[in-house]
Design a protein around this ligand. Sequence first.
Ligand SMILES: [Zn+2]
Length: 298
Amino acid sequence: MFVAVFEPPRNGGVGIAFTDRLGGVSRGSYGPLNLGRTDTDDPSAVATNFRLVREALGVGRVATLHQVHSADVVIVDDASFPPDRPGGELGASAPGGLSLPLADGMVTRTPGLALCVRVADCVPVLLADSAGGVVGAAHAGRVGLAEGVLEATVAAMRELGADRITAWIGPHVCGRCYEVPGEMADTVTARVPETASTSRWGTPALDLGAGCEAQLARLGVPATHHGGCTLENDLLHSHRRDGAGAGRLGAFIWLARCPPTGVSATASAADTASTLPPTGVSATASAADAGGQVSLGG
Ligand SMILES: [Zn+2]
């Protein structure tokens, strides 16, 4: 179910999780644990998948977005995502559900409300000031990254009082696999030079993860990478590999209800990356990134 998990008690009171394709109930090409594609997958299956993830993580509510490759960021809280919000994580895809915010970044100070961005090759970026009690999540694809979704998300967190922000960059298509036309590469590298890359076949490519890391560094935000390449790992959702039949993985971040004070997420990130035992290949991918192994603890 997860390619990487950080438990709140061992991560400064901030929970982090990146899902894989396993452990859900979707059928067909998506892989069982599809958390997006409510347009073509059975919405009730996607709703069940969210419930299974929430139960595994011990979180009650999840805020999601209608992602549109923008730099728009929304603040979410108890008012915007109450426990009984019609449609829940599926928004208008569920019968009678409310439309989700059109945006690609969100931030919150509300403990217990998990933020979730959904991707299949684009970069999920999770951010936290654990001591300050502010978390954020961004969908940073090629367009959103160049448009500045990370700058906007960090700015929104700082407006909420965040001071020392740490980032976790999740699974995405890597710079050796993300081949693009030369003109497109030039356009993006003009905005974010660190995205410049070459495919394993020697053609123009983009390294969106490197671009995210560099942009965050310029904002004073240190980042670590988790989960590896979506295209190369069959246990992860990849639009490049599976096309229209690709599902979506979820990147989750939440503040525990009683976060410890004065504990830096940065200090614990390197040695508390965890993987879950049911998926051996996932464990390999995560372990290669970040070492340690802890159980999710129910
Ligand atoms: Zn790759």
